[in-house]
Design a protein around this ligand. Structure first.
Ligand code: HEC
Length: 86
């Protein structure tokens, strides 16, 4: 499902949000909506709930494997720190 938004539609809008490639070089990130710093698992939970998928618990094997894949995918990007998101 991630591919539908972050690969096939990166650069397009979903409602008011401009879809990025879903990279992880800015995590953990400060998010204005959360009013605090949050982890990549926390961010992925929101993507799960946006498509009404069954949420995975933080630290679960599935999210950890996905995190590893995303980190591999972000390989070569500059670290963005401090990162701030809406
Ligand atoms: C319905 C569309 C949609 C789907 C499906 C989706 N996301 Fe997202 N995702 C978003 C939106 C909207 C944002 C916030 C804007 C952005 O950064 O793209 C976001 C943000 C992110 C970010 C933060 C990027 C940043 O730099 O702040 C990551 C990482 C991410 N998604 C990963 C995933 C993963 C992994 C999946 C699959 C489990 C997934 N997304 C599925 C819509 C989606």
């Amino acid at each position: 499902m991630c591919v539908n938004c972050h690969e096939q539609n990166a650069g397009n809008y979903v409602r008011a949000d401009l879809l990025s490639e879903g990279q992880v070089n800015g995590f953990p990130t400060y998010r204005l909506k959360w009013a605090r710093v949050g982890s990549i698992h926390y961010r992925m939970e929101e993507c799960y709930s946006q498509v009404r998928a069954t949420p995975e618990p933080y630290g679960s094997e599935e999210l950890t494997k996905l995190q590893l894949y995303l980190a591999w995918r972000s390989n070569g990007l500059l670290l963005e720190s401090p990162a701030v998101r809406r």
